[in-house]
Design a protein around this ligand. Sequence first.
Ligand code: 4NP
Length: 157
Amino acid sequence: MSSQPTRVLFVCLGNICRSPAAEGVFLDLLERENLNDAFEVDSAGTGNWHVGKRADPRMRAAAERRGIDLPSRARQIEPGDLNRFDWIITMDDSNLANVRALDPSGSSHDHIVPLTSHCSRHQASEVPDPYYGGEQGFEHVLDLLEDACSGLLKRLR
Ligand code: 4NP
């Protein structure tokens, strides 16, 4: 009998830079460890400006250079996601506050956690928004995501 997959939702503001990249990095790790069937992975944004769009071309190009595909389309998080997913993984303090605000009862708050809490090589409390910066910002985001996603997988597997 196979057990239920662990459901993980990565969340940022626009769902076109950080969270689709986190989704791609985590999926790439699952692929390499042959763990695809053990997880269901998705991403969403707290905002709705980019709904339906593919990830930002700069984020896709940076991920591509590391051999990681980012196929997801942006969507906005909805309150039902807090029950549908076992873990909601946020990129910055604002995402964390906005997602927690979707559940005023607080009953799901233990399952809403910052991705950077799983970093082992980097000391960071947030994955910074790269949208208005240069190319180096996208590389830095991927460095943080690779570190944190491997820590997250160690924790959840
Ligand atoms: P993300 O980056 O939250 O990592 O997807 C952003 C993308 C778009 C905007 C802000 C952040 N925006 O203001 O449109």
